[in-house]
Each structure stands twice: as structure tokens, then as C-alpha cells.
Design a protein around this ligand. Structure first.
Ligand code: FAD
Length: 393
């Protein structure tokens, strides 16, 4: 028998679960289907950094991505506010810490880039400060003398990725949402004015709206509705040290190197920042459905940079490294909104999706229920993909 719902959400990561939460909070009937277990992909594997400053991955490509950076800053400012209230909103301890974040520079060239970034952020009223190396060390004495300057954002920080999505899912179910695990969406077809979603080639649900929140698999899911959504799976690496008494209060990143680090409540130091792992191949093709393989040299280089920035880290033992797959777009911006060519199909993903996941969910809930959101989202809407889908029937 076909079951009925208002909104069907595909994907049990942070974006899907936060969307289910904000929709059910508005009294909307929601069913969410996750192909495996909740939070098992990038939403539970990530570094937990709350990035509000423009990141290395964008400022390195300043010439190519200046327009995109301008579009992203207002979203960062909005996201800060969501995180500041999130433990209160969900009535849960998720180890959200917003003690500030540093983006550090070690050379004059990096310092110039930091200044340029600061000017752009100031234009949009993002709360960042430029500090000398000594000023940064006054706030964060554990930082190396190699650091000659830093941009400081007092609202940055981190949270525990193993907590956030499950809390959203829990609260969503308390509000009446249905969450199905081991439920892979295998088909999406039009049925009159509504959509028919098939799970595991078997169970059927009819909904007015379908939200595609499948992270790195958004492109795969979009094929089910006959459209291209260019979301590229990227294999990354995370590292964690043994636990030590707390000495790092902030989130640290670098203007010119791939690094983020922070100390979590249990005392471990999480080291990441975009070092690659490696997709395995199957029949000569990259297989995005298998866990990627750790590259030992990438782990070594990632940890070496961490120890250069915070010398004490060089004395710690590495406990574990793990891979994770995230989805990125060609312009590094998220994609959020309704597919122009398929009314009632919504998509949200990409960007620093741990930082922005709660906001994407809240925006989607507003868009689906009222057709608008208070944010400027022109740079993110799927309409920008229409040229790709012009020839897709
Ligand atoms: C190692 C690493 C470190 C990162 N660090 C940070 C960070 O510090 N800060 C930050 O902001 N971001 C970070 N990110 C990015 C961030 O984790 C992701 O952008 C975010 O978690 C994406 O959430 P999501 O819900 O869109 O996707 P996911 O968490 O990947 O969830 C998508 C879900 O959809 C499910 N799914 C797929 N296809 C189907 C289907 N057909 N039917 C049903 N379910 C399906 C998948 O099983 C998956 O559970 C990092 C990512 C990685 C991998």
C-alpha cells in the first residue's frame, strides 16, 4: 500500500535531519529515509569545525571565486546565530564551543592574503580582527612563534559531529516525523501533482515535496528525476591524537595550508583540514560507495603542519585516522532550493555542510512552507543549473 506524507526527505545526515526537524516543528508531516544508519557519512565523520571566516579552499582561488565569497559571507553570519542558540533549541549538550577561531599566516605573502580576506569580511560586517603573531599568542599562548599574524573570529569554534545529527533526528521524531533507516530510495516518479518515492525497490510513499539531502550522492539521486546536479564526491582524511589535559581553547586554521585543529572536550586533538584519502576502484571506475583508503603520507603531512603551528602536538601520539566522503560543487557554494525543472523537488547540500547544515534545514523548511526565506539565496538556487538541464526531458 502507498503511504502518504507532506514531505519526503532523502538522506539521514545533518541536512536531512535538520530539515525534518524544522519542518515537523512547523507541524508538517515528514518521512525521512536513510539508506544505512543515521549520521554514518560525512555528518558524523567530519572535523566539527564551525567555519565562519572564509576558508582556505576559497581564498586560495581568490581570482576565480571572489563573487562566490561575497555571496557566502551573509550565510556565515546567519549560521553563527543558529549555532549560538542550537543547544537551547534542541535542549541537548552537543559540545558546541564558540571560544573563537584563528586563521594563521606564516609568511608576508600569506599575511597579505589574510588582510585582503579581512577587508572583504569587514565590508559584509563579519566579525573578524587582524592580529599580529604576538597578539594572537596573548590569546592563544600555545601557538608557535612561526606565526606572524592571524585573523580572529570570536564566534568560531566547534561541536561534536557525533551528537548534532542524532539530536536533530530525536527531536524531529518527538515532533511526529517518521525516520526510516536501512531504507534506500531507489526510484522517484511523478504521480499527478505529487511524487512517488520507492524505498528498497519495494515500499512506496506519496508526497507533495521531496527533499534530496543525500550529500555526496546528490548527483546520483538527482538522476532518478532525470536531472543533472553537479555535486562531486571528495575523499578526505581526519586524524585524532591521544587525549591530554586541555590547552587549546580555539579552532585553528591556516590561510595558505590545509589544516584545521581543535581540542575536544575529552582532551583529544582533532586534526583535519582537507587532506585527501583515496577512492578505491571497481571495474576501472572510482567507487564512491566504498569507504576510501587512508594515504599515510597525507596523514603525516597533516600532522606535521599541526605540530608546526602548535608545537606541543608534536609530542603526542596519533590515535586514529579515518576517511570520509563529502560533496563539493564547482563554485564551492552550496546548492539550496527547488529544482526549477521539477516542481516539488528540493535539494540542499555542499559547502561546509557541518557549519551550515542547521541553517540549510531551517531555510528549506521556510522555503517549502512559505515559498521564501529571509536570506539572499540567489547564488545558491538550483536555477543556476538550468543550462545543464536544458536538454534533460
Ligand atoms: C573528513 C571530513 C571533514 C569535514 N570537516 C568539516 C568541518 O569541520 N566543518 C564543516 O562545516 N564541514 C565539514 N565537512 C563537510 C560536512 O561534513 C558535510 O558537508 C556535511 O556533513 C554534509 O551533510 P549532508 O547531510 O549533506 O550529507 P551526509 O552526512 O553525507 O548525509 C547524506 C546521507 O544520505 C544518505 N543517502 C545517500 N543516498 C541515499 C538514498 N538513495 N536513499 C537514502 N539515503 C541516501 C547517505 O547514506 C548519507 O547518510 C567535512 C567532511 C568530511 C568528509
Amino acid at each position: 500500500m502507498t503511504q502518504q506524507t507532506d514531505v519526503f526527505v532523502i538522506g539521514g545526515g545533518l541536512v536531512g535531519c535538520s530539515t525534518a526537524y524544522y519542518l515537523s516543528k512547523k507541524g508538517i508531516q515528514v518521512v525521512l529515509a536513510e539508506s544505512g544508519q543515521l549520521n554514518r557519512q560525512s555528518s558524523g565523520q567530519n572535523a566539527g569545525s564551525l567555519h565562519f571566516q572564509l576558508e582556505f579552499r576559497m581564498i586560495t582561488f581568490w581570482k576565480e571565486l571572489e563573487k562566490e565569497m561575497n555571496a557566502l559571507i551573509p550565510l556565515s553570519i546567519a549560521s553563527q546565530k543558529v549555532w549560538a542558540n542550537l543547544e537551547n533549541e534542541l535542549q541537548a549538550d552537543m559540545e558546541v564551543i564558540q571560544h573563537g577561531g584563528f586563521m594563521v599566516a606564516e609568511t608576508e605573502e600569506e599575511l597579505n592574503l589574510l588582510k585582503k580576506k579581512y577587508e572583504l569580511e569587514k565590508k559584509w560586517k563579519l566579525n573578524t580582527y587582524l592580529l599580529s603573531g604576538d597578539e594572537a599568542r596573548e590569546i592563544a599562548p600555545y601557538l608557535s612563534k612561526r606565526i606572524i599574524g592571524a585573523a580572529y573570529c570570536p564566534e568560531e569554534g566547534h561541536a561534536n559531529p557525533r551528537q548534532v545529527t542524532p539530536q536533530y533526528a530525536l527531536r524531529a521524531t518527538e515532533q511526529g516525523a517518521t525516520i526510516l533507516t536501512q531504507s534506500k530510495v531507489t526510484e522517484i516518479t511523478r504521480k499527478g501533482e505529487r511524487w512517488l518515492v520507492t524505498i528498497n525497490n519495494e515500499d512506496k510513499y506519496e508526497a507533495s515535496h521531496v527533499v534530496i539531502a543525500t550529500g555526496a550522492w546528490i548527483g546520483e539521486t538527482a538522476k532518478m528525476i532525470g536531472l543533472h546536479v553537479p555535486m562531486f564526491p571528495v575523499p578526505l582524511t581526519m586524524n585524532v591524537t591521544e587525549p591530554v589535559p586541555g590547552f587549546i581553547d580555539h579552532m585553528i586554521q591556516h590561510v595558505g595550508k590545509r589544516i584545521t585543529l581543535k581540542q575536544v572536550r575529552d582532551g583529544n586533538i582533532l586534526i583535519g583540514g582537507g587532506w585527501s584519502s583515496k577512492f578505491v576502484t571497481k571495474n576501472g571506475q572510482l567507487d564512491f560507495n566504498q569507504s576510501p583508503i587512508i594515504i599515510p603520507e597525507a596523514v603525516q603531512e597533516n600532522c606535521k603542519i599541526a605540530a608546526e603551528l602548535v608545537p606541543h602536538i608534536g609530542r603526542l601520539r596519533l590515535l586514529r585516522s579515518w576517511p570520509g566522503v563529502t560533496g563539493i560543487t564547482s563554485d564551492q557554494l552550496p546548492i539550496i532550493g527547488e529544482m526549477t525543472e521539477r516542481q516539488g523537488i528540493w535539494v540542499a547540500g555542499g559547502g561546509s555542510g557541518f557549519t551550515f547544515g542547521p541553517l540549510y534545514g531551517s531555510m528549506l523548511a521556510d522555503l517549502i512552507t512559505s515559498g521564501s526565506t529571509e536570506f539572499e539565496i540567489d547564488a545558491f538556487i538550483p536555477k543556476k543549473l538550468s543550462h545543464l538541464n536544458l536538454f534533460m526531458a
